[in-house]
Design a protein around this ligand. Structure first.
Ligand SMILES: O=P(O)(O)OC[C@H]1O[C@](O)(COP(=O)(O)O)[C@@H](O)[C@@H]1O
Ligand SMILES: [Mg+2]
Ligand SMILES: [Mg+2]
Length: 320
């Protein structure tokens, strides 16, 4: 099996981008090690602080954030970072070629129940001049690379540098990620959907009608039965979609009018959209391809509908 670094070389990935991706892989291996030790590594439970989005930070949110921030600071390649757990952008090397946005720990509510969590990241080219939030506000199509690491029964890493989506598994003995799928492909059709059904009454009519037709199964217009899954960690739900197909959505809702969307564009939706598109799937807000959105803020939230091409297309018909 090829190691991650061998695979990047054989794909002719730019040497510095490759170095940055390998650093992210190494840091993730460290996070994986801490996740695996659980209570023994002192990672469980909450801190006394909140992030800029008003969410209580879990200890592992902060530990993972600091591991990534400190690891990237050592590299000299990164001009700045934007993280779910940092209010503002953090400047690193003024001459760095890259910007990295990341969700250090996705699925925070799963940590204390020993369920799936992961890390999601997105790499953009660094514009000239002083680093500000504006430096990051580039549409997702500009991403040079994106990936996630899923800390599950085994730790897996999915990466795209814009030429397909590759999957690697962590060998916990050597600490290396090894290539296990060099071209992930999402089946175009599916009978599986993922949505937080408890928000049903708050969705807009388009989503209400689409899900209602899935629930009618072979007695309704879809003429087939659907199964439902919800891991409550986007990284786990998207990994399932990449592995065996499906549709995953966190749609617009009116539960909290000040917060109509849940998922963050820069470090959740954009990187996942690149991985999904590069594996033959679609990623939309319901009205626009996620990768075409012109971002307006580093912590901006968006509606997300992604997965199997034909099923996402079906869902988009309801949106008009
Ligand atoms: O609590 P809900 O409504 O099930 O939401 C789950 C969603 O929230 C998230 O956990 C948000 O991510 P964070 O844990 O990084 O804040 C997504 O990964 C997931 O899809
Ligand atoms: Mg998240
Ligand atoms: Mg998070």
């Amino acid at each position: 099996m090829q190691s991650f670094s061998q695979d990047l070389t054989s794909r002719k990935v730019d040497a510095e981008l490759s170095q940055l991706l390998q650093a992210l892989a190494q840091i993730s291996a460290q996070i994986s090690h801490d996740v695996r030790r659980g209570a023994l590594a002192g990672i469980l439970g909450a801190t006394e602080s909140e992030n800029v989005q008003g969410e209580t930070q879990k200890k592992l949110d902060v530990i993972a954030n600091d591991l990534i921030k400190d690891g990237l600071a050592k590299l000299d390649l990164v001009k700045g970072i934007a993280s779910e757990e940092e209010d503002d952008v953090v400047a690193l090397n003024p001459n760095g070629r890259f910007l990295v946005s990341f969700d250090p720990l996705d699925g925070s509510s799963n940590i204390d129940i020993n369920s799936l969590v992961g890390t999601i990241f997105s790499i953009l080219p660094a514009p000239e001049g002083e680093l500000t939030q504006d430096s990051f506000l580039q549409p997702g199509r500009q991403q040079l690379a994106a990936g996630y690491v899923l800390y599950g029964p085994s730790s897996l890493m999915a990466i795209s540098t814009g030429k397909g989506t590759q999957l690697y598994t962590l060998d916990p003995i050597s600490g290396d990620f090894l290539l296990i799928d060099d071209a992930m492909q999402i089946p175009a059709t599916t009978q599986e959907f993922a949505i937080n059904m408890s928000n049903q009454r708050f969705w807009e009519p388009a989503m209400q009608n689409y899900i209602a037709d899935l629930l009618k199964g072979d007695t309704g217009v879809r003429g087939k039965n659907f199964n439902m899954r919800w891991i409550a960690a986007m990284v786990g739900d998207v990994h399932r979609v990449l592995s065996r197909g499906g549709i995953f959505t966190y749609p617009t809702d009116t539960k909290n009018p000040a917060k109509p969307y849940k998922l963050r564009l820069m470090y959740e939706a954009n990187p996942m959209a690149l991985l999904v598109e590069q594996a033959g799937g679609l990623a939309s807000t319901g009205y626009q391809d996620i990768l075409d959105i012109q971002p307006e803020g580093i912590h901006q939230r968006v509606a997300v509908v992604l997965g199997s091409r034909d099923e996402v297309t079906e869902c988009l018909k309801y949106h008009g």
